[in-house]
Design a protein around this ligand. Structure first.
Ligand SMILES: Nc1ncnc2c1ncn2[C@@H]1O[C@H](COP(=O)(O)OP(=O)(O)O)[C@@H](O)[C@H]1O
Ligand SMILES: [Mg+2]
Length: 417
């Protein structure tokens, strides 16, 4: 259990809520893999911070089956082929041996297997020669090699799989997904669970028939926000952890509404509410919740503000024509959803030009298309754009004047803290 506690902090473990269906699905897939050798590879797709990694962690923590589970986070790995290959093999060995050891040769020595030792030495020579294709190919074939030697099945969890595409820009690698697919197809002792946050890219990788992975993934599971009941459970746990009395049903509902049941947003809003009640000794009511949410959305030091700022800028950074894309995003934030015709009218541009820009925006994953309308994939990000760029208040029902004054004093105090 050493390694799992490293990636899955104790306080997160205590708060873990729900995901019953997903965990049961993993359990049944692993069961038929271990007992009957049936491989059903899974993909989990969903917005950033919706709880994909935690599902994997929670399963790894609970697992009692005779199977090795490896966890690799591509967000934390360089995709330059030599680094990636080394890191991938290292992670497989670390999770197999349940050791934090960083030295590849020390790790492989512990296996006491001459054949694997020789093959790894050959691999390290390839690293010097920088034969990118061979390096990646060997890395992807490594779990199967190890599994045969240990006579134990292996599950490889690859988190943030879309990052893998970063390898395609290096010499010798035309299409890394294709190399991965060949490895997967030739194996029988290795099962894969992959996750992805950039949903548009992942859907292309997983679902489109011209993609190499199509047909090889047995189930693509979309993760959504928590329901009201699950949100209530999580909110209660967070309050309990902080030693604050559980809120009443109205308050629970209000927190659910502002966060829309997105686990990460919900956690942050709860923590801010608790911080405010502790700092100023306030009772919790609707206004406090609205204010906590507003602070999170607009305060330059707040976590939610910084998170949205990062997502917005980072998504646009990668796309061409940032300024034009931004104008469209602001218009869509303003209208809630907009058709091509409306955007032509708003921005005084031709339909073809708007179409090209919208296509690029969908590739950033910020925008999706429903019927003839374009809208934000994440409704709260839209709210952030509205408050940040357009100065539109998050709620048109303004609190009564007294509480407004109280809160402005509170905010002044808060900003001085
Ligand atoms: N099932 C859950 N129960 C409680 N909190 C959760 C759950 N899933 C996610 N969270 C909270 O949301 C945060 C983001 O989850 P994470 O799994 O890292 O998202 P993703 O991998 O989808 O980006 C976690 O750090 C945790 O605070
Ligand atoms: Mg994650």
């Amino acid at each position: 259990m050493v390694l799992i506690n490293d990636v899955y902090a104790k306080d997160k473990q205590e708060l873990f809520t729900n995901r019953v269906k997903e965990l049961a699905m993993i359990e049944s897939v692993i069961e038929s893999f271990v007992e009957k050798g049936v491989r059903r590879h899974l993909a989990f797709l969903g917005l950033r911070r919706i709880g994909k990694s935690l599902i994997l962690f929670e399963y790894i923590k609970r697992n009692k089956k005779e199977v090795i589970i490896v966890y690799v986070d591509l967000k934390k790995t360089s995709m330059e082929p030599q680094f990636f290959a080394l890191e991938y093999i290292k992670k497989i060995l670390q999770w197999t041996l349940n050791e934090k050891e960083e030295e590849l040769l020390v790790l492989v020595n512990k296996l006491k297997n001459e054949d694997i030792f020789d093959q790894l030495n050959k691999f390290l020579r390839d690293v010097k020669e920088r034969n990118n294709f061979n390096l990646i190919n060997f890395a992807f074939s490594f779990p199967e090699l190890l599994s045969k030697h240990l006579d134990k099945k292996i599950v490889v969890c690859i988190d943030e799989f879309q990052e893998i595409l970063g390898a395609n820009k290096y010499g010798g690698i035309d299409n890394i997904v294709d190399i991965f697919r060949s490895a997967l197809q030739s194996q029988s002792n290795t099962l894969y669970f992959i996750t992805g946050s950039i949903i548009t890219t992942m859907e292309k990788i997983c679902l489109e028939d011209k993609s190499a992975l199509f047909l090889h993934l047995d189930k693509v599971i979309s993760l959504y926000n928590f329901t009201k009941e699950d949100s209530f459970q999580l909110i209660n746990k967070i309050f309990k952890r902080e030693g604050v009395k559980a809120p009443n049903e109205n308050i629970l509902l209000e927190i659910f509404k502002v966060s829309r049941g997105h686990v990460f947003y919900l956690t942050i809003v709860c923590e801010k509410i608790i911080e405010l009640t502790k700092l100023f000794d306030f009772g919790i009511d609707d206004n406090l919740i609205k204010r906590a949410f507003l602070i999170e959305l607009t305060n330059k030091n707040a976590r939610l503000y910084n998170y949205f700022n990062y997502i917005f800028e980072n998504s646009l950074e990668k796309a061409r024509g940032k300024t034009s894309l931004k104008s469209i995003l602001l218009k869509i934030a303003n209208r809630e959803r907009a058709s091509n015709v409306e955007l032509c009218f708003d921005l005084n541009k031709r339909a073809g030009e708007i179409q090209t820009l919208l296509k690029r925006l969908m590739e950033t994953d910020l925008i999706i298309k429903e019927g003839r309308y374009y809208l934000y994939r994440d409704g709260l990000l839209r709210k952030w754009v509205r408050t940040f760029f357009l100065g539109i208040d998050i709620d048109n029902k303004t609190p009564s004047k007294n509480t407004e004054e109280l809160f402005s004093q509170l905010e002044e105090k808060y900003l001085r803290v």
